[in-house]
Design a protein around this ligand. Sequence first.
Ligand code: MG
Length: 248
Amino acid sequence: MTDNALRYSLNDAFRRYNLRTGLSFEGAKAALFDMDGIIFDSMPGHARAWMQMCREEGIPADEDEFFMYEGRTGASTINILYRRHYGREATPEEIERLYHRKTVLFKAMPEVNLIPGAREALKACADAGITPVLVTGSGQGSLLERLSVEFPAAFPPGRRITGRDVARGKPHPEPYLKGIAAAGDDIRPSACIAIDNAPLGVKSAAASGAFTIGVRTGPIPRGMLAEYGADIEIDSMLQCTKIISWLL
Ligand code: MG
């Protein structure tokens, strides 16, 4: 997409946002960043770790289904598998055991790369005086620790909402609403952009009232993020960086 086409889509998206929410976008004061598939190219590793956990437990599963569950908490994904295979929810002990096993399997995988453009997007926020906040369904300690190493200034502890901080994960709006609250006392949804790569993630973001940018960094069909509520659907974090720089 050319810069002009992207600018045109963005203006169009702001008009649709104002109609959709009844709010008027007031310029970005905060940017809510999802982690997996937005900052780290970690989704293929997560899908493989879930698959291996399922094989060990004798629970049939398909690797692609984990891309559709992305954004859910670990507990919620385990309950989907349990309801389908055992016809019941998992107990808290089962959830703890299986999620622990999945995180161990993920941690043993080769180190994940950053998503191209993620570092630039955070730099663009810093340049524009936009406060970044992390809003992830993940509770993966290894990635959260790495975030502290790669981006120590961007995501201090008070500006991180993880899977362990919410009662209801994405697609419920709670994670993004908590992210907006963490951005600052005086920050309203109409002063926030939310950046997510998963259908359930953009659904959560759109319901929070933030201007929602869906980024297709994985095997999600074109148009699906818009269908789930993204105000604009783009193909890369490099395009996202351009959008952030234009919000100045
Ligand atoms: Mg994601």
